[in-house]
Design a protein around this ligand. Structure first.
Ligand SMILES: Nc1ncnc2c1ncn2[C@@H]1O[C@H](COP(=O)(O)OP(=O)(O)OP(=O)(O)O)[C@@H](O)[C@H]1O
Ligand SMILES: [Mg+2]
Length: 244
């Protein structure tokens, strides 16, 4: 199993099975990221990691899926949960159906066993499922807490792909129930003000930001490594718009 990131939205080939087709730098970037995330989670014996970004199309879902794949390569049982029910894409990237999923569980209409899709020996996927009008309210329910508890019993890592922080409140609600929370920013796209607004929203709710993933850092500099490289930073006050 390997990872590929494409520049072509029309050809959303995220996962390429042949390792030799995957640029070394991408695999290495995700392995470094994995090391950091495993370390962050292990400090609290946590299993649940949520991924978000300030706005749309900054690479949340691509990053979340590739993190899940990379963690599963450690022979750990991993599940990725698509909690972006307003714009679900995990099923598209993984090329699976989105008939039933997370929302059906929260509505009490399905069980985990009825919706979970086995992707490989170590990675399972729960797609977003039914379209609902009030996803943020459903994430506030005990049903969501119970779902996370059930997943914690079954898996080593639970990865949540969430909607953008500055657009809807879902990710802030979800973040409060997770063990770690990281933000993706897209190099050359995410404005510093957007990052700051998202960071302020987290601060108001006392949600700790465990890291910032700079997606596509160095994209403007050309070169394969730089074009596709991912970098991972622990958030610090020195974070500035000069870094992307
Ligand atoms: N580093 C990258 N290089 C090239 N293309 C990328 C990169 N990161 C993401 N993309 C592309 O940008 C688009 C948006 O990515 P993705 O779906 O991961 O973002 P998102 O933040 O989850 O978006 P949304 O807010 O719509 O859910 C996709 O077509 C994806 O393939
Ligand atoms: Mg997405």
């Amino acid at each position: 199993m390997a990872i590929n990131l494409t520049n072509k939205p029309s050809n959303e080939k995220v996962i390429v099975p042949e390792l030799n087709k995957t640029p070394f730098a991408i695999v290495e970037s995700y392995k470094n990221l994995r090391t950091n995330l495993v370390s962050v989670l292990s400090k609290t014996d946590g299993k649940i990691l949520a991924i978000s970004s300030p706005y749309a199309a900054e690479g949340k879902s691509t990053t979340a899926l590739n993190i899940a794949i990379t963690l599963a390569q450690l022979n750990k049982k991993v599940v990725i949960l698509d909690t972006d029910s307003r714009k679900p894409t995990i099923h598209k990237k993984a090329k699976i159906n989105n008939e039933k999923g997370c929302m059906d569980i929260l509505l009490g209409e399905s069980t985990v066993d009825e919706v979970v899709i086995t992707y490989n020996s170590y990675l399972d996927i729960i797609t977003s499922g039914a379209k609902v009008k009030n996803p943020s309210e459903l994430y506030s329910t005990v049903a969501f807490d119970k779902l996370l508890e059930e997943l914690e019993e079954r898996y080593d890592y639970i990865i949540l792909d969430t909607p953008p922080i500055n657009i809807v409140s879902d990710s802030l609600i979800i973040a409060q129930k997770c063990d770690a929370f990281v933000m993706v920013v897209r190099a050359g796209v995410t404005k510093y003000e957007a990052f700051e607004a998202a960071y302020d929203s987290l601060k108001v709710l006392d949600i700790e930001l465990d890291g910032v993933i700079v997606n596509g850092s160095g994209a403007k500099n050309g070169g394969y490594y730089r074009k596709y490289g991912y970098k991972y930073y622990r958030y610090s006050r020195s974070y500035s718009n000069q870094q992307y």
